[in-house]
Write a protein that binds this ligand. Structure first.
Ligand SMILES: [Zn+2]
Length: 107
């Protein structure tokens, strides 16, 4: 890794460290080759995030492949959100019934 962080790596790091004022904390380890948006030049940690960005920000000028990638990424994101909601609901129910259980024994 140290041998790869030569001139190309440092220039990319300098560009990422430039104050854009959008994000407070960058990820601790930047990706080796960030995914770059062809339309606006924004850089993303992986292709999944880039596909989501293209679908949201440049929906009017996408190729068919980019559109398909966006659809796939959106479905994946939707599944992740659904799983998160189920887990959050489970945790909430656990806390709720935990308090009821404790309350029943305290009184
Ligand atoms: Zn873009």
């Amino acid at each position: 890794m140290t041998s790869e962080s030569t001139s190309a790596g440092s220039s990319a790091g300098d560009r990422a460290a430039a104050p854009t004022g959008e994000r407070a904390a960058p990820p601790p380890e930047p990706p080796e080759e960030p995914a770059v948006c062809d339309h606006c030049g924004d850089r993303f940690a992986d292709e999944h995030l880039l596909a989501l960005h293209r679908g949201r920000a440049h929906a009017d000028r996408l190729s068919e492949a980019e559109r398909a990638a966006y659809r796939e990424a959106r479905e994946e994101e939707r599944d992740d959100l659904r799983l998160f909601r189920i887990k959050a609901l489970g945790l909430l129910l656990l806390i709720y019934f935990g308090f009821i259980y404790v309350y029943a024994f305290v009184l």
